[in-house]
Design a protein around this ligand. Structure first.
Ligand code: NDP
Ligand code: 2IT
Length: 445
């Protein structure tokens, strides 16, 4: 490792002890942009990287609520307002028992660069709670969301900070959060995205992340005079992002053969299409946890406690959570001649897995580029709210498609190496430049 990178990372680790996901995310970015920064000393002189790795503000709060048995429950609530150089803080809320300040800082840091890549004026933030929506009644989720928003509302606003969904936060939770914000503030504004379409939401927002992932994958393949049509795909997870990616991949003629949950994965050799995609939504809405019922219903194999990366596929698209593809998984995928790996989740590949894919010249798309379609359509939702107007599905989808093509082109511009596109470098450098230049222009704030 370059001694300057090491010194920088030692400092980040000393200042943020124990936050291993945050260290991992920063390291990945710093390693890839350092050669560029060295050539542009203005960023070093003004300590742009040091400033970008320190959140502008972190809010932590208590979330008390009462469960259906009348028992008092206490959760932790957070919002990391990472960077507002190019727009209001923007990024999702995650409700999952694993949520910690380290995970939210890594997500917020990634979000800053991702939002910059969309070309829309959005800064970066992330928030959430260690609350686990699994097994909770609608009433319990509502009580939790109302308590969470009672505190969060004083820190956010349509021109300040605009949260959205992430793991464990979908349409139901956004509804409860929005209702409470509106009641407390007495204003109907675009303070959250991912709203229902009857009350200010954007068409295509639920599908946007998954659609964008597939548009990006197709762009990478087009550059190789190939396309997604006829390809076999392994997907992990079975949440919002997985659903959108499966729908679009199938529409474009690819075959998705796996989905997974905490219980294991399902292998469906005929491909997940038609009523099977609808069944995913049903499964999510009803048991919200395991995928095994899919295998039983459609008479296919279920592999308990295993990950889908052991199957032979052309494309792998991790759609669940961070660090779900490790070096061992990468080795198997490579041995099975995987052509392309697209990160749909945030940081689903460990650093050594990424290194292995790049070493073998496999098309590899980092999450901050490939999954930017979700937040991009959130940005379009903000525009529609400001205009008090709504675009049709076709209009939003066309804008999303163009944004994904543009992100791909930018990554190629900044990441092209002789016969390979290093999409990690491309995304990190191009995401960084816009934010860094805005920070320089705005002085030491
Ligand atoms: P959902 O809650 O809809 O689905 C999450 C999926 O991941 C579920 O299948 C869930 O299974 C699984 N999962 C979550 N945590 C873990 C864990 N610790 N171990 C194993 N499996 C886990 O979330 P989304 O689909 O919205 O998000 C999926 C990923 O995509 C996340 O990384 C998110 O940050 C990222 N993302 C989401 C965007 C969006 O617009 N929603 C935009 C860009 C990225 P289970 O719940 O059964 O544990
Ligand atoms: O990780 C992400 O980009 C998201 N969860 C979406 C954020 C948003 O504001 O739509």
């Amino acid at each position: 490792m370059d001694p300057k990178v090491k010194a920088f990372m030692d400092d980040v680790i000393a200042k943020n002890p124990g936050e291993k996901e945050f260290h991992q995310a920063v390291m990945e970015v710093v390693e890839s942009i350092f050669p560029f920064i060295i050539e542009n000393p203005k960023y070093i002189k003004e300590k742009i990287l040091e400033r970008m790795t320190e959140p502008e503000r972190v809010i932590m709060f208590r979330v008390p609520w009462t469960d259906d048995n009348g028992e008092v429950q206490i959760n932790k609530g957070y919002r990391v307002e990472m960077n507002s150089a190019i727009g209001p803080y923007k990024g999702g809320l995650r409700f999952h028992p694993s949520v910690s300040i380290s995970i939210l800082k890594f997500l917020a840091f990634e979000q800053v660069l991702k939002n910059s890549l969309t070309s829309l004026p959005m800064g970066g933030g992330k928030g959430g709670s260690d609350f686990d929506p699994k097994g909770k009644s609608d009433k319990e989720v509502m009580h939790f969301c109302q308590s969470f928003m009672t505190e969060l509302q004083r820190h956010i606003g349509p021109n300040t900070d605009v949260p959205a969904g992430d793991i464990g936060v979908g349409g139901r939770e956004i509804g409860f959060l929005f209702g409470q914000y509106k009641r407390l503030r007495n204003e109907f504004t675009g303070v959250l995205t991912g709203k229902g379409i009857q009350w200010g939401g954007s068409l295509i927002r639920p599908e946007a992340t998954g659609f964008g992932v597939i548009y990006f994958t197709n762009e990478m393949l087009h550059l190789k005079n190939d396309s997604i049509k006829g390809k076999t795909i392994a997907i992990s997870g079975f949440g919002n992002v997985a659903w959108g990616a499966i729908s679009k991949a199938t529409e474009l003629g690819a075959k998705v053969v796996t989905i997974s949950g905490p219980d294991g994965y399902v292998y469906d050799p005929d491909g997940i299409s038609g009523e099977k995609i609808d069944y995913l939504l049903y499964l999510r809405a009803t048991n919200n946890d395991i995928v095994e019922p899919y295998a039983k219903k459609f008479g296919v194999n279920f592999f308990e406690g295993k990950k889908p990366w052991e199957q032979k596929v052309d494309i792998a698209i991790p759609c669940a959570t961070q660090n779900e593809i490790n070096a061992e998984d990468a080795k198997r995928l490579i041995a099975n001649n995987v052509q392309c790996v697209t990160e749909a989740a945030n940081m689903p590949c460990t650093s050594d897995a990424v290194e292995a894919f790049q070493k073998h010249k496999i098309l590899f798309a980092p999450g901050k580029a490939a999954n930017a379609g979700g937040v991009a359509v959130s940005g379009l939702e903000m525009s529609q709210n400001s205009m008090r107007y709504s675009w049709t599905s076709e209009e939003v989808d066309a804008k999303l498609h163009q944004i994904m093509k543009d992100i791909h082109a930018t990554c190629v511009k900044y990441g092209k190496e002789d016969d390979y596109v290093n999409y990690v470098n491309g995304a990190n450098i191009s995401g960084f430049v816009k934010v860094a230049d805005a920070m320089l222009a705005q002085g030491l704030v």
